[in-house]
Design a protein around this ligand. Structure first.
Ligand code: HEC
Ligand code: HEC
Ligand code: HEC
Length: 465
């Protein structure tokens, strides 16, 4: 029938479009047209994706000709727009991901829709012959996700029967240079990084408040407030990039931000900071022993970043459970985890830190910003960094480790109970109204994610359920 052919032709156009935009796997491939075909990253299942998914989940795609028919156009454009907002495969081929494996959220999302048989949308498969995913293809996708996850993302510490869970145990530690860590820790706690010597990094990221300040917005020097909630520094090393809008590529780059932010630490420049640190002979000598060239912006931020790599919180009860200790969590908590997966939460809050691996629209399924009112500058999200219109309202998915201690929640810091966070996520991100009983179970599960730092269970201000 017409439509099958259309999809096929469409795939051809897509291949050409992707080729022309250099979306092949490697740089070499991108520069020579004869390189591997697009979507090769998806190895075994590339063909299925190309034939059955790419039309609605890749950008720069030319709509099939029947889209010109009045009435049809609106439907297709809506599918295309909503599809792209939910999963944009072009991101897998952007400059930051070009040579990286398919991301964890993409894997988890594909797994969810395949397992639940929701894609392509029923209203589309009903009228487009041959567009359905066959049961063989379904098996193939699920097997591929499992093997890909095992190869690229599994921590390797979960028991065999839980090895393919979207949530993975945290590693106990990462390799670090102990001497750098020691000076980095001192600098993280050093108020001389601020213009008026009143505020250190730890002043907004208290380790006894699970790496946050438990404020809606942080207070900088001279009683100034920003308009965005401070995320935790614990496990931040696992984020694909730093800040809610990802404007720092890594921890080192991030650490160069706050000291000069006028409403945070408000120093003038590195010279000002180094001038003060230089007067501290003991610290300067210790620093020189590790960084022979002495104080510089690059070495200071390197040391802080090295220290932050030690800010992990392994061994939560949930990790113990993943590692095989069956009674580490209660029946309700285990049920909560099943619901966490069923309500799609683990499509975005995925991996060892349950987040930090993708940017998602806070108004994916419903207009959060209209319902909330009171617009904030920080609502822009990723657009504030990339300046791209399509990035409006996209935020880096926060990690959910130690979540019961890191309130208030969301970039706007307006959510003060865990139940409310789950309700909002259901409505605006998952597209499902979650009944109170299920919300309570999910909250129970989330409270098992509190881990240990330096051998001690994290404590702090517990957010009400
Ligand atoms: C006709 C267009 C179309 C096709 C073809 C299509 N999708 Fe989608 N996809 C959508 C739309 C629309 C949404 C948003 C769903 C919603 O808002 O209800 C979506 C959402 C998704 C999501 C995000 C989870 C969700 O449900 O919101 C994933 C993952 C996904 N699709 C995967 C796939 C895969 C895998 C295929 C191929 C097997 C596929 N899609 C084929 C239109 C499409
Ligand atoms: C005035 C309070 C304040 C101070 C001081 C401060 N931060 Fe932050 N920190 C924040 C806020 C607020 C954000 C979120 C800003 C954003 O995303 O735009 C943030 C974000 C971060 C992040 C990103 C976490 C993530 O999940 O994206 C890291 C890492 C971090 N800070 C480390 C540091 C370090 C290191 C220092 C010292 C050099 C520091 N902070 C000083 C308030 C502060
Ligand atoms: C489509 C991706 C997506 C899905 C699905 C999703 N989340 Fe989120 N989650 C996010 C993003 C993005 C934010 C941050 C949004 C913001 O602050 O504007 C967030 C924030 C949160 C927060 C607040 C964390 C903090 O530190 O501020 C919690 C708790 C949370 N989600 C839990 C859940 C639960 C439970 C579910 C399932 C019911 C879920 N999420 C589904 C993407 C998602």
């Amino acid at each position: 029938m017409l439509t099958r052919k259309t999809l096929f032709v469409a795939a051809g156009i897509l291949a050409a479009t992707l080729g022309a935009h250099g979306l092949g796997e490697g740089d070499a491939a991108a520069s020579s047209r004869s390189g591997p075909p697009p979507l090769t990253k998806f190895s075994k299942i590339a063909q299925v994706i190309q034939d059955k998914c790419a039309a609605c989940h890749t950008r720069d795609y030319e709509l099939p000709f029947y889209a010109a028919i009045p009435g049809i156009r609106e439907i297709i454009e809506k599918d295309y727009r909503d599809g792209l907002r939910a999963m944009d495969l072009n991101e897998e081929f952007g400059p930051s991901r070009l040579n990286k494996p398919v991301s964890e959220p993409t894997l988890a999302k594909m797994e969810w829709v395949t397992f639940n048989e929701t894609m392509p949308p029923a209203k589309f498969t009903a009228v487009h012959w041959g567009s359905r995913v066959s049961s063989d293809e379904r098996k193939e996708i699920l097997l591929w996700v499992a093997s890909f996850r095992a190869q690229h993302y599994a921590t390797g510490t979960a028991v065999k029967e839980l090895a393919n869970e979207p949530v993975q145990p945290l590693p106990d530690s990462l390799p670090t240079d102990a001497k750098k860590v020691a000076v980095g820790k001192k600098l993280f706690n050093d108020k001389r990084l601020s213009g008026d010597n009143t505020l250190s990094c730890a002043g907004c990221h208290h380790l006894d408040k699970a790496g946050t300040d438990n404020q809606r917005f942080s207070e900088g020097v001279r009683q100034q407030f920003g308009d965005i909630n401070a995320p935790t520094v614990f496990n931040a090393v696992f984020n694909m990039s730093q800040f809610w809008n990802g404007r720092a590529a890594d921890l080192q780059e991030q650490a160069g931000g706050p000291p000069f932010n006028p409403i945070e630490m408000a120093s003038k420049d590195w010279d000002e900071i180094i001038g003060k640190l230089n007067q501290d002979q003991t610290l300067s000598e210790e620093f020189k022993a590790v960084y022979p060239a002495g104080w510089s912006g690059a070495s200071i931020t390197d040391a802080i970043a090295e220290y932050e790599k030690t800010l992990l919180t392994p061994d939560s009860r949930f990790d113990q459970w993943l590692k095989g200790k069956k009674d580490a969590i209660t029946k309700d908590e285990a049920n909560g985890y099943q619901r966490f997966k069923a309500y799609r939460c683990s499509s975005c809050h995925v991996g060892k830190s349950l987040g930090g691996q993708s940017f998602e629209y806070m108004d994916l399924k419903k207009d959060y910003f209209k319902d909330r009112g009171g617009p904030l500058g920080s609502d822009e999200g990723l657009k504030g960094f990339t300046q791209k219109a399509e990035d409006l309202h996209k935020f880096k998915v926060p990690n959910l480790r130690n979540i019961e201690l890191t309130g208030p929640y969301l970039h706007d810091g307006l959510v003060t109970t865990l139940d409310e966070a789950v309700r909002i996520m259901g409505t605006y991100l998952s597209g499902m109204e979650i009944p109170a009983v299920d919300r309570a179970l999910i909250v129970d599960f989330m409270r098992t994610l509190t881990g240990e730092h330096e051998g001690k269970r994290l404590t702090g201000n517990v957010t009400p359920k």
